[in-house]
Design a protein around this ligand. Sequence first.
Ligand code: ZN
Length: 168
Amino acid sequence: MAYKDPERGRAYGREWMKRNPEKAREAMRRWRARNPELNRVRDREYRRAAHARRGAEIAAIKKAWLDAHPEVRRAKDQGYRARKRAAPGSFTGAEWRALVEQYAGACGYCGAKGPLDADHRIPLSRGGDNTIGNIIPACHSCNVRKHRMTEQEFRARIASERSDDLKS
Ligand SMILES: [Zn+2]
């Protein structure tokens, strides 16, 4: 069935699939069997897009919630600053610059170049301190994603995401 208007064609397709769910599933299965490569690539792209979408959605929901509750955001910021003040140890600007140089100016987790945050390998909230030994340069994205994970936990997370990608 050919349509001049592709949208009408698609609408017809959707209707047909609704009326013939069994046949639609069977056709999909045959199509997959005929196109294993294409199918794998599509699956991977789909999963990757879904993953990114989920991350962005969660970040947006969190941000909207914090925007609607400024007192919580203030308390969180204050809590972080208080923990930072209370945590033992500190590092100098020179120590930080030497550390960044040691990492060739790249994120210690993903290798991205660009602005780097001082990330606590063991988060302050989990008993880490402010000494340079507990600091690693991290890009903003890794820093945010790591959040309350330790360096070890975050590296395990990154590794499992990579192996998911390789499997597909
Ligand atoms: Zn990174």
